[in-house]
Design a protein around this ligand. Sequence first.
Ligand code: ZN
Length: 161
Amino acid sequence: MIQNYKIGIGYDIHRLEENRKLIIGGIEIPHEKGLFGHSDADVLVHAIIDALLGASGLPDIGTLFPDTDEKYKNANSINLLQNVVEKISEKGYKINNLDTNIIAQAPKMMIYIPKMKQVLAPVLNIDLNNISIKAKTKERLDSVGEKRAIEAQAVVLLYKE
Ligand code: ZN
C-alpha cells in the first residue's frame, strides 16, 4: 500500500518591485509592490507546481516552463498549474493533500487565504479541507523580513489507486 504514495517538496522566492501586480495563490492582492518574474511570479503556485513535479518524478518548473521562452512571459501561473495537474494525472497520480507556507513581512496574507483555497481547489481537484495555506512573517530578518521578497514552501502527498 505505502508504495502508492509519493511526497514532494517545493520552494520559491521572488523579489518585490514597483509597477508589478502582487499575485499570490491565483489572486491579486492590493499592495504598493508586486513580485517580479518572467511569468506573473505567483510564488505560492510555483512552490506548489515544484512539489507536484517533485513527487511525480517529472522535471522541475524551470525545465518545463523555461523563463527564456516568450510563451511564458507574464503567464498566468494557474494555467501552468492546470497543465502540471494534467501531467501528473496522466501518470496515474491524484493529490491527497497539500500543505503550504507563504512567508511575507507585508502585506498581511491571512484575509486572502480563503479565496486562494477556492481558486486552487478546483484546479487541484481536491476538497478545500485538503488544502492548507499558512501565513508567516520573517520577524523582519533577511530580504523577506525587509519587505524586498516573498517566499513560499509547499509539501504535497500524491497517491495512486
Ligand atoms: Zn517562481
